[in-house]
Design a protein around this ligand. Structure first.
Ligand code: T3D
Length: 253
């Protein structure tokens, strides 16, 4: 099994698992990852996803032994994974436990909240083999770190250490190596008890903001807020506040 799936309390943990190849991606892995995300989406008890890698790396990008010449064919599969991650109506946390290179780096950047071990690094490795950042890289990078840094990362393909990635705003947080999984699991557990529909709507609005005018975004916020305000979790959130107690969100409509 190259993708391991574990059911945790309220969330799924998905682990890329080809540790002897630093979890380099194959077409089969792309399919397994997509299936695991689809199963998480279909499970009403699942309210968050935590993705990580087995062994000392997170993911070394496309497997360069398998790559062949049908790059466009492979990308159809990987792009489906990125689209699913962004559309998933629950938060996706990525625990980058070691090097994240090429498509592996951009797979991490497609997640909602990225934690990384301090020893981990992000490498837009594509330039080293004559490719361009793909799997969303050319979209994520300038939005996260700005044009100058995006160009530097894409053209120089140098490792960006986790702590600098945090300073640059590429990721949420760099964490001591021995605390990474503890921190990621605590975050996943916390988000699994959050108002899931509200978070999903916020995720949708933030993605739409990348191409909307302020005018269109204000309209979208109005509409999505109307939807959020019809959820049971909104009613519970207000009630809990007024009753001075912690809310018990269910994530249901
Ligand atoms: O088809 C498409 O859709 C195209 C899409 C392309 C998207 C891409 O991802 S292109 C970029 C592909 N990835 C890379 O170019 C990164 C290649 N790997 C590296 O540069 C280095 O391995 C790392 C910097 C990531 C880590 O270096 P290090 O020194 O920590 O580890 P290592 O010794 O290089 O790797 C450990 C083993 O994993 C090694 O095998 P061995 O010698 O012990 O038998 C190495 O060959 C293997 N490995 C690492 N990366 C890949 C890989 N095997 C296959 N494919 C890899 N990408």
């Amino acid at each position: 099994m190259t993708v391991l799936v574990a059911n945790r309390a309220g969330y799924r943990q998905i682990t890329l698992s080809r540790p002897d190849r630093l979890n380099a991606l194959t077409a089969e892995m792309g399919g397994a990852l997509l299936a695991a995300l689809g199963e998480a989406e279909a499970d009403p008890e699942c309210r968050a996803v935590l993705m990580t890698g087995a062994g000392r790396g997170f993911c070394a990008g496309q497997d360069l032994v398998e790559i062949g010449t049908d790059i466009k064919g492979l990308l159809v599969g990987y792009n489906a994974v990125i689209r699913k991650l962004r559309a998933l109506e629950m938060p996706v946390i990525c625990a980058v436990n070691g090097v994240a290179a090429g498509a592996g780096a951009n797979l991490a950047l497609a997640c909602d909240i990225v934690l990384a071990a301090k020893s981990a690094s992000f490498i837009e490795a594509f330039a080293k083999i004559g490719l361009i950042p793909d799997v969303g890289g050319t979209w994520f990078l300038p939005r996260l770190v700005g044009a100058a840094r995006a160009r530097g990362m894409a053209m120089l393909a140098e490792p960006l250490p986790a702590e600098r990635a945090e300073r640059w705003g590429l990721i949420w947080q760099a964490v001591d190596d021995d605390k990474l999984m503890e921190a990621a699991e605590a975050l996943a557990a916390k988000l699994a008890t959050a108002p899931t529909i509200g978070l999903a709507l916020a995720k949708r609005a933030l993605d739409a903001a990348e191409s909307n005018t302020l005018d269109r975004q204000l309209d979208l916020e109005r509409d999505l807020q109307g939807e959020a305000a019809r959820t049971r979790d909104y009613a519970e959130g207000v009630r809990a506040f007024l009753e001075k107690r912690p809310p018990a969100f269910t994530g249901k409509r």
